[in-house]
Design a binder for this molecule. Structure first.
Ligand code: ADP
Ligand code: MG
Length: 434
C-alpha cells in the first residue's frame, strides 16, 4: 500500500521523518468485507449500466441518426465527440444493444463491428483489426505482409459477402495520426462507389479530441460527419445522479456517509465533468474504508482519493521534466528534508549547483524560471516577500510528500547521488552518495 499522509482538504506537507525503525510485519489477515461494497466491479469501466442517466437528448439524436438502419436504408455516418468520461462509449454500447435487438426483430441483417483504436494506430493496423474482429479465432490474418490495397479489398469483400448493413464503430479515433485517418476514411467513404454492390456500410466515429474534424481533409470530413453529436461535460448535479444510480448496485446500504456523493461529484465536475473520474473516486474511497476495516465511507476518503490521483499525475509530470528541472526539484526536496519548509530561490540555486557537474550548471536566472514553472504546475507553492528589510524574494514550498517525489526522481538520484538528508529512505539505500 502506498503511504500518503494527506490532511483532508489541502495538500500536504513534507514532514520531518521519524527515526528509522526496524519494521516487523504483524500477522497478515484478509477480513471479508461485509459493510462497504455490495458489487465493487460495477464501479469499473468494464461495467455497462442498464440505463443511462441524463443523456436523453444525445440518445435521441443518436437514435435518429441510426433510424435508417432498421429501415434497411444506407446509414448516415455519425460522429460523436466530447471530452473523456462524458458517456460516449456508454451511450454507444447502450444504443448498439437496442439497435441490434430492433434489427433482429424486424429481420434486418446488421453487423455491428466495434473496435477501440487506441492500440492499432496506422490505417493498416485498423483494417487488420476490423477484419479479424469479423473472423473466427482460427481464421485470423497476420498483422503484416499484405499490401494495403489487398487488405482493403479483402475487408470490403467480406462485408459484401455478409450483405445487409455493416456499421463500423471506431472508438477513440483521435489516437490515430492524421495521415492514417485521412487514408482510412478516404477508402471507407468511397466504399459505396468503389468496392460494394449490395452491402451497405456506415461509420460511427468517436473522438475525445474536440477539434479532430479540423485535421481531416475537407471531402473526408463531409462524408464522415453526416451527423455530429456533441457530448458536453457533465455538471455536478448530473454526476450526482450518475453516482446515485451506481451506488445502489455497488455499495451496501448505509455505507456512504452524508455528503460523500456530492463531494465526489463536485471534484469530478471541477476536473472536466468526467463521470469516469467520479466513479474512480468513489471506488478508491470505498477501498480506503475497507482497508481500514471501517463500515462507512467518509468525505475525507473521497478527498484522500482525489489527492492520490492528483499526486500520481504530478509525479508522472516530474518524471517527464528535463534533466536540469529534475535537479532543481531534487535540490528543493533535500532542503525540505532538512526542515527548511520554504527555502528561497537563492538557496535552491546554491543546492542545485552542488548537484550538477560543474561545467554543466545553468544560471540562477534559469533556475528561477524553473521555480516559477513548478508553481504553475502546482508542484510547489510560491510566495513573494516584498518590502521587508531583506528586500524582495520568493520562497518555495513543495506541495507533496517527500517520498513520492524522491521515487519520481530515482533516475536523477542514481545519476548524481543520494544527499545525506534523504539517505534514510530504504529504497535509496543501495545508491551511491552525493
Ligand atoms: P467516454 O467514452 O466519453 O470517455 P464513458 O462512456 O466510458 O466515457 O463513461 C465513463 C464511465 O462513466 C463509464 O463507467 C460509464 O458507464 C459511466 N457513465 C458515463 N455516462 C453515464 C450516464 N449517463 N449514466 C450512467 N453512467 C454513465
Ligand atoms: Mg470512451
Amino acid at each position: 500500500m502506498r503511504n500518503h499522509y494527506y490532511a483532508p482538504g489541502h495538500i500536504t506537507v513534507a514532514t520531518n521523518h521519524p527515526p528509522t525503525e526496524q519494521k516487523t510485519m504483524s500477522k497478515v489477515t484478509f477480513p471479508v468485507d461485509t459493510g462497504i461494497f455490495k458489487n465493487r466491479t460495477t464501479l469499473k469501466d468494464s461495467y455497462t449500466p442498464d440505463t443511462l442517466v441524463g443523456r436523453d437528448e444525445e440518445l435521441e439524436e443518436y437514435r435518429n441518426a441510426l433510424l435508417p438502419v432498421v429501415n434497411n436504408e444506407e446509414p448516415d455516418n455519425t460522429f460523436l465527440y466530447g471530452k473523456t468520461g462524458s458517456g460516449k462509449t456508454a451511450c454507444t454500447d447502450y444504443i448498439g444493444d437496442l439497435l441490434k435487438d430492433a434489427c433482429e426483430r424486424s429481420g434486418v441483417n446488421l453487423q455491428f463491428l466495434q473496435i477501440n483504436c487506441k492500440g492499432p494506430n496506422t490505417s493498416y493496423q485498423v483494417i487488420t483489426r476490423l477484419i479479424n474482429t469479423m473472423r473466427e479465432a482460427n481464421n485470423q490474418i497476420s498483422t503484416s505482409g499484405y499490401d494495403e490495397e489487398t487488405l482493403y479489398q479483402t475487408f470490403f469483400n467480406e462485408i459484401e459477402e455478409r450483405g445487409g448493413t455493416t456499421l463500423l464503430v471506431l472508438d477513440e479515433i483521435d489516437s490515430i495520426d492524421t495521415e492514417a485517418l485521412n487514408k482510412l476514411f478516404y477508402r471507407v467513404s468511397r466504399a459505396r462507389s468503389n468496392y460494394l454492390d449490395e452491402a451497405k456500410v456506415g461509420t460511427i466515429c468517436i473522438s475525445g479530441e474536440l477539434t479532430l474534424r479540423d485535421r481531416l481533409d475537407t471531402d473526408v470530413r463531409s462524408t464522415l460527419c453526416e451527423k455530429s453529436i456533441e457530448f458536453e461535460p457533465y455538471t455536478a448535479p448530473e454526476l450526482q445522479d450518475i453516482l446515485h444510480q451506481r451506488t445502489d448496485v455497488a455499495f451496501c446500504e448505509g455505507a456512504l456517509d452524508v455528503g460523500v456523493i456530492e463531494r465526489a461529484a463536485a471534484l469530478a465536475a471541477q476536473d472536466g465533468g468526467d463521470a469516469r473520474k467520479a466513479l474512480d473516486l468513489l471506488r478508491e474511497a470505498g477501498d480506503f474504508a475497507r482497508q481500514e476495516e471501517r463500515d462507512e465511507v467518509k468525505i475525507q476518503d473521497v478527498e484522500r482519493a482525489e489527492q492520490e490521483v492528483r499526486s500520481d499525475r504530478i509525479m508522472q509530470h516530474i518524471r517527464n521534466l528535463s534533466r536540469h528541472e529534475r535537479y532543481c526539484i531534487y535540490a528543493l526536496t533535500t532542503l525540505h528534508a532538512e526542515g527548511e519548509e520554504r527555502p528561497r530561490s537563492q538557496e535552491v540555486y546554491q543546492r542545485y549547483k552542488k548537484m550538477v557537474p560543474q561545467d554543466e550548471e545553468y544560471s540562477a536566472r534559469t533556475v528561477r524560471d524553473y521555480l516559477q514553472e513548478f508553481a504553475e504546475l502546482d508542484i510547489t507553492e510560491r510566495k513573494c516577500n516584498t518590502g521587508g528589510s531583506q528586500g524582495n524574494y520568493n520562497t518555495h514550498q513543495l506541495r507533496f510528500d517527500e517520498e513520492p517525489i524522491l521515487r519520481a526522481l530515482e533516475e536523477t538520484i542514481a545519476e548524481c547521488g543520494v544527499h545525506r538528508s534523504v539517505g534514510h529512505h530504504d529504497f535509496l539505500r543501495k545508491k551511491k552518495d552525493l
